[in-house]
Design a protein around this ligand. Structure first.
Ligand SMILES: Nc1ncnc2c1ncn2[C@@H]1O[C@H](COP(=O)(O)OP(=O)(O)OP(=O)(O)O)[C@@H](O)[C@H]1O
Ligand SMILES: [Mg+2]
Length: 467
């Protein structure tokens, strides 16, 4: 229901407009002077304001100025007598939506109000749509068909249509935010806002006013009233990122909203009901934090209704080629470079790397490689050092025989590969020297180097600099 404020010193006019507008289905509030209207306007509670221009004390122009300052997106309609059309023009200059001359035609006023609210709605929707359009494109970017990823996507499809609170856990860079967006855009709320906030990134008072909004003057610097993100997300979804980083004081406040689905602006007096779906994410072990009393247990139960656990990239290595190619295309487009493949050796390194930074790290590595590459394929040389260095396999040689046994031949191969790699690096790529370091003959070094593709990257790089 749209909330309309009427400001007029004549009681007859206030009553007449109130009755008429209530019949039209608006929630109507009335004030008898600019002074009396000031406070509720500051709180930013109205969708539209109608004000008489000439009133004793402050004129309607003051109402207008105040409204423009504190709730700039609420249209203001001025009512004026014939005699003062000049101030009506002045009002338009100050940002009034329109003015109506007394005595006015009721139907005309109804239409002006309707149009004003419609325009406001369209502008709001436009803003939301523009932002969401961008976000939707990101959603199509969800790549991966490993069993772990399939599990995640199935769970997303299952929980999306519900209103359940979802907790998304996983290491940094595993795609938690991507999944949160996926849940929102696959939900009935998809055409309403998706609002994301990093709860760990700011001090409590700032976070509180971001989440719940504030009344004008509630703290130094609060020159205008402001809607909180819970209100902005009304009808849609709010994504509380890094919820594990919130302070105990903030946790209580979040718990209250989740229980009551009502919010109060900082420094405000009234509570507003909000219809918002809550998604939360963390890269911390909340279970553990609860045990250590660093995270409220009651809040944990509120948010942990359904949990989606994002696999680390090293747990879904089979997705690496697809992801790498996906980013190759993405950054190829960005840079305008025509790099179509990832070289065999480079891909092997990508598959072997441990990816502590997960998909984000992979994305950065490919972005960098695309920038550096001069051939039509990503070579091992353009990968960053960490990826190029010791292959993952080399770090994991079993030192003891496990119950299930080991494949000794395979382990010996890995060991040889590891030391050859290392020797080549120390010898700055000079094979005879590397072979010497390992007490190998040059012939056998060359044979195995070829077998393990240890020279691929270098060869590519030479070709690149030659061409
Ligand atoms: N399955 C995927 N397909 C394509 N891109 C992905 C995938 N998973 C993650 N990404 C990309 O990796 C980057 C990191 O993802 P996202 O920001 O969602 O991770 P996060 O878990 O929220 O990380 P952090 O904990 O650091 O905030 C983004 O650019 C995202 O688009
Ligand atoms: Mg994130």
């Amino acid at each position: 229901m749209d909330r309309v404020l009427i400001v007029d010193d004549e009681k007859g006019m206030r009553d007449f407009l109130s009755i008429m507008l209530k019949k039209e289905g608006y929630a109507v509030f009335a004030a008898e002077s600019a002074e009396k209207a000031a406070e509720p306007i500051q709180r930013g509670e109205f969708d539209l304001i109608i004000s008489d221009i000439s009133m004793p004390g402050h004129s309607g122009l003051e109402v207008l100025k105040q409204a423009k300052m504190t709730s700039p997106d609420a249209p203001v309609i001025m009512i004026t007598a014939y005699a003062s059309t000049e101030s009506a023009v002045e009002a338009l200059k100050l940002g009034a939506y329109d003015y109506i001359i007394k005595p006015f035609d009721v139907d005309e006023l109804k239409i002006v109000i309707k149009n004003a609210l419609e325009k406001r709605r369209l502008e709001n929707e436009n803003r939301i749509l523009k932002r969401e359009l961008k976000e939707k494109f990101r959603l199509d970017e969800m790549v991966g068909d490993s069993p772990r990823m399939k599990e995640v996507l199935e769970l997303v499809a299952k929980v999306a249509p519900t209103n359940s609170t979802v907790l998304i856990c996983g290491e940094s860079g595993t795609g938690k935010e991507l999944v949160a967006r996926a849940v929102h855009f696959a939900s009935p709320r998809h055409d309403r806002p998706f609002v994301s906030i990093n709860c760990g990134a700011m001090p409590d008072d700032l976070l509180e006013s971001e989440l719940f909004g504030h009344a004008r003057g509630s703290f130094t610097g609060a020159v205008t009233a402001k809607k909180g993100l819970f209100e902005v997300a009304d009808g849609g979804t709010i994504f509380l990122d890094e919820i594990g980083d919130t302070t105990p004081a903030m946790q209580i406040k979040l718990l209250r909203v989740l229980q009551e689905r009502r919010i109060r602006r900082v420094g405000g007096t009234e509570e507003t009901e909000v219809n918002v779906r809550v998604l939360a994410a963390t890269n911390q072990d909340l279970d553990q934090m609860v045990r250590e009393k660093r995270f409220r247990e009651d809040l944990y139960y509120r948010i942990n209704v359904i949990q989606i656990k994002m696999p680390a990239l090293r747990e879904k290595r089979e997705d690496i080629p697809k992801l790498a190619l996906h980013f190759l295309v993405k950054y190829g487009r960005v840079t305008g470079k025509k790099i179509t493949r990832i070289g065999e050796e480079a891909m092997r390194r990508l598959m072997d790397h441990d990816w502590p930074g997960n998909v984000r790290e992979l994305e950065n590595v490919i972005e960098r490689a695309v920038a550096l590459e001069t051939t039509d394929a990503i070579t091992a040389e353009s990968l960053s050092r960490e990826v190029r260095a010791v292959p993952r396999a080399a770090q994991e040689f079993p030192a003891t025989l496990s119950d299930t046994g080991i494949d000794l031949e395979r382990q010996l191969e890995r060991l040889r590969e590891h030391f050859m790699e290392e020797a080549l690096r120390r010898a700055h790529g000079v094979q005879t020297k590397a072979a010497e370091l390992l007490g190998m003959s040059f012939r056998s070094f060359r044979y195995f180097a070829k077998k393990y593709h240890l020279l691929d990257g270098r060869r590519d790089a030479q070709r690149a600099s030659a061409g």
